[in-house]
Design a protein around this ligand. Structure first.
Ligand code: GLU
Length: 482
């Protein structure tokens, strides 16, 4: 049997990290098993239609290397792969279920249902459709259909006994049938509900393994009843736990940590995100942490999926990200960091390739870069206390003397290279019998205005150029003289 998995997102305009992880696991499993991964767009809820949302799905998945073998844009033998394009396929199946007594027409209006719901709630009961229309005679049904009365088709779920199934992650699951409601299969607008369409489509598309969020764990018995009613074999179920921020909180749109784009916009690398996401909810059974997509395919095993919620720890992701950034080829890093440099250094004449060399090791997430290099564009405000450093044996007084010492030295350098800066400064420091730190620390403070910088005094002076370095040095002397 060839394994066929699918990812079936509803086009909402965003890719939730939980959804992306579901897509990833489906992809990994299909590839691992030499099977096929199918993309199906579930857009039967027309009210939720969002322009451009399908493209977001395509771009995100493709960007992450999660390619589908069959899907809306690549075709396949089981198309169409967009549910709304399949619209006409569902009604005959629904009618078949009506014929066999597994479903029935329901003509109850919204008002009637609301009234009954309110009455149930007033009694402290949970409202469940009461099979009212199941009891209509064949003739009554036909009359209403002929008269064009709007209808839905509901599943006729059993009210006694138990429904059982096996889930790869959660084991044996059973639900008392009296908790199942007669869910709507076909809506009044002629569209199937998700609850119906997922069964029909998974069957027609030959899906062997259904991997999806655990919010569907409790509806699955109802889907199995449908498979049974048609005499079809149900797929294997693999329900995935929710991706959480911590033990109590889900990832949230409001906190900006729910969507793929939230992280990409902040400057996380998609490779790092995919690598980390794979580990939120699955483990390889050994100590390995770094995986390319190929290596994930190789290592993936559905029996190693966790049944406790996956905690998406942003600090851990950041750690992964920093590692991935460190491993980038320098040219690639330069290309990626340039727009972030531009935010604060555009037109300032700073040598980006050199700055990139100094920054690559220190970059955890790209959106932290502008704050780290802003001082090169403009000297920040700072207090003279910054010149005090115990280990470097400096204080404002020492600093002043040091800056006075280096000023003519720097002025005397004609050819402004890091080597020349180094040689000239070292010679002057040695001649004065001072410690390197007692001179280089104050110089760094004077030209950067901050205690922590990418590179030291020499690199920064070179990046700033002679004129700007001397201007800032002068500014430092003024502050120390006040
Ligand atoms: N369209 C459903 C969703 O986005 C898919 C659930 C499934 O995979 O069956 O949640």
């Amino acid at each position: 049997m060839q394994v066929r998995t699918r990812f079936a997102p509803s086009p909402t305009g965003y890719m939730h990290l939980g959804g992306l992880r579901t897509a990833l696991y489906n992809y990994l499993y299909a590839k691992k098993m030499g099977g096929k991964f199918i993309l199906r767009i579930e857009d039967t809820d027309q009210e939720r239609f969002v322009e451009g949302a399908t493209e977001v799905i395509y771009e995100t998945l493709r960007g992450c290397g999660i390619d589908w073998d069959e899907g809306p844009d690549v075709g396949g033998d089981c198309g169409p792969y967009v549910q709304s394009d399949r619209k006409l396929m569902y009604m005959p199946y629904a009618k078949q279920l009506v014929e066999s007594g597994h479903a029935y027409y329901c003509f109850c209006t919204k008002e009637e249902l609301d009234e009954r719901r309110a009455a149930a709630e007033a009694k402290g009961e949970v409202f469940k459709y009461d099979k009212h229309c199941l009891h209509l005679s064949k003739e009554e049904v036909q009359q209403k259909l002929d008269a064009g009365v709007p209808f839905v088709i509901r599943q006729n779920a059993p009210t006694t006994g138990e429904s059982k199934y096996h889930d790869v992650v959660f084991g044996d699951i059973s639900f008392p049938n009296d908790t199942l409601d007669d869910m709507i299969l076909m809506k009044a607008d002629g569209m199937p509900t998700y609850n119906f369409a997922n069964v029909i489509d998974d069957h027609l598309m030959g899906i062997t393994h259904v991997m999806r969020g655990m919010e569907y764990l409790s509806s699955t018995p109802k889907y199995n009843l449908l498979y049974d009613a048609f005499g079809w074999e149900a797929p294997e179920y693999i329900h995935l736990t929710t991706v959480m921020r911590d033990a109590k909180h889900k990832l949230s749109k409001r906190d900006g940590d729910a969507y793929y784009s939230d992280f990409i916009d902040k400057g996380y690398l998609k490779e790092a995100l995919i690598n980390y996401l794979a580990l939120v909810g699955w483990n390889p059974g050994d100590e390995r942490e770094f995986f390319t997509l190929e290596e994930l395919i190789e290592a993936f095993d559905i029996h190693r999926l966790n049944n406790s919620p996956g905690i998406f720890d942003v600090d851990k992701l950041t750690w992964f990200n920093a590692e991935y950034i460190r491993r980038l080829p320098p040219e690639k890093y330069l290309e990626m960091v340039t727009p972030w440099f531009d935010q604060v250094l555009a037109g300032k004449g700073i040598d980006y390739p050199r700055l990139a060399q100094l920054m690559q090791e220190r970059t955890e997430v790209f959106n932290r870069v502008p704050d780290m290099v802003r001082f090169l564009g403009e000297l920040p405000e700072y207090e003279v206390d910054l010149y005090t450093h115990k280990k470097m044996k400096t204080n404002p007084e020492v600093a002043k003397a040091s800056l006075e010492l280096v000023k003519p030295v720097l002025e005397g350098i004609d050819h402004w290279t890091e080597q020349n800066l180094h040689d000239a400064l070292m010679a002057a420091i040695a001649e004065a019998g001072l410690k390197n730190g007692a001179v280089l620390w104050p110089l760094r403070i004077a030209i950067s205005g901050q205690a922590s910088t990418p590179g030291g005094a020499i690199e920064i002076a070179w990046l700033l150029g002679k004129e700007e370095t001397l201007r800032r040095l002068e500014d430092g002397l003024n502050r120390l003289t006040k």
